[in-house]
Design a protein around this ligand. Structure first.
Ligand code: AOF
Ligand code: ZN
Length: 376
């Protein structure tokens, strides 16, 4: 059984890790706390931005000599590779830390157990698995990218009480409250990419930017198999200021594509006939570009493909407290979504917002934490 003080220190490290959200990707969010031999916290650290110091390095620098003989609590296995920064395992050993408590292993191939092994080889006591589920959830998008080679997929929709899919913010069918729209913009501001289908692009003419801007500037993507995105759409007109990728299929006409490119869009062409296969190839391409978080904002056709292929990791579902449709109105309806575990419920401006996790987040690929901590 972990001591209450161990749990409190790891909780603090998890909170610190969240400060890097939207700033560290494609790296994981990581937090660290150092306690002195007496148990009091002497220093804290977190991975604050991509390319910057790792959480442990920041905490060790802040602790100075006070780290000697102490305990390090860290939410991810310390690295042991020379990346953009030197290995944390070496810094921990050099600082004279005696005990390391790790929440979850790092699936990154250059680390994957090697960080823990390096610390143990230096005679440091290592315990793995304290609050592992929280740490794995925190780094689920990073784990998805490392283990599946594709981004973490968040499906966001807004429906009326009678199940009609509402338009993207800005279109005239948008029925959710301003508070809901604010939540969506905050989410957009930490995404690596935001994707819609051509039906939504034609119906709503959205801009798909985050307003106000967040820590990241998402690549905007339109699934447009036949190359129908109008040059006068807001998306294309803003393509020189905000990157826009138009993903087309084999039947798109070459002259349309040249015109889109001349307007500043990136055209991504995939000869595969099947829309689902094309979408999976696109996700793999986004994974190669190391895009970690992908927000999908509809419409019905895109959701159907995503749900059929079990490609959704997280859902953000808004329901407005109003009816929208009339019988036979032909307005698009949300296809039946996958089951999810509810993680958060809010009532922005009278709407209902549910955030849900589909399936379990990808794990570390580490040995059973119980068996590891037994060695300490
Ligand atoms: C840690 N502590 O705070 C983080 C770690 O981009 P680099 O060179 O800084 O290295 C990124 C890799 O290091 C990343 O893929 C992950 O495996 C690990 N991240 N490790 O010990 C940290 N952010
Ligand atoms: Zn490191």
């Amino acid at each position: 059984m972990a001591e209450a003080s161990d749990i409190a220190s790891m909780r603090r490290a998890l909170d610190l890790a969240r400060r890097g959200e939207g700033r560290v990707e494609p790296n994981p969010m990581v937090g660290a706390v150092i306690c002195g031999p007496g148990g009091a916290i002497v220093a804290e650290g977190w991975h604050d931005r991509f390319g910057g110091p790792h959480a442990e390095a920041m905490a060790i620098a802040a602790a100075g000599g006070a780290a000697r003989g102490g305990t390090l609590y860290v939410t991810l296995e310390p690295c042991c590779h020379h990346g953009k920064t030197p290995p944390c395992s070496e810094a921990i050993i050099a600082a004279g830390i005696r005990r390391v408590v790790v929440a979850a292993g790092d699936p990154f191939p250059e680390v994957a157990g090697g960080g823990i092994a390096a610390l143990e080889a230096a005679g440091i006591s290592v315990e793995v698995g304290l609050l592992a589920a929280d740490a794995e959830r925190l780094t689920a998008p990073f784990r998805r990218l490392v283990t599946s080679g594709r981004p973490w997929v968040i499906a966001k929709w807004a429906v009326s009480l009678d199940g009609r899919l509402a338009a993207a913010p800005g279109g005239d069918r948008w029925i959710s409250s301003p508070e809901s729209r604010e939540l969506v913009h905050r989410l957009r501001g930490r995404m690596d990419a935001i994707l819609i289908g051509i039906g939504t692009a034609l119906a709503d003419d959205p801009l798909l930017t985050a307003r106000p801007a967040g820590p990241r500037r998402a690549l905007r993507i339109v699934l447009d198999s036949r190359g129908r995105l109008p040059l006068e759409s807001k998306l294309v007109r803003s393509a020189r200021d905000w990157p826009l990728l138009v993903a087309v299929g084999p039947e798109a006409a070459a002259d349309c594509l040249l015109a889109l490119e001349a307007a500043g869009c990136e055209v991504w062409r995939e000869p595969e006939q099947d829309a689902g296969e094309r979408l999976e190839k696109l996700l793999a391409e986004l994974g190669r570009r190391r895009l970690t978080n992908l927000l999908i904002e509809g419409g019905a056709e895109v959701f159907r493909t995503l749900f059929n292929r079990s490609l959704v990791d997280e859902v953000h579902a808004f329901t407005a407290a109003r009816r929208l449709g009339k019988p036979g109105d032909g307005l698009p309806q949300l296809p039946s979504p996958p089951p999810f575990e509810v993680e958060e419920v809010l009532h922005p401006g009278g709407d209902t917002f549910v955030r849900g996790l589909v399936g379990r987040p990808p794990l570390s690929g580490q040995a059973d934490p119980e068996s590891r901590s037994a060695s300490a």
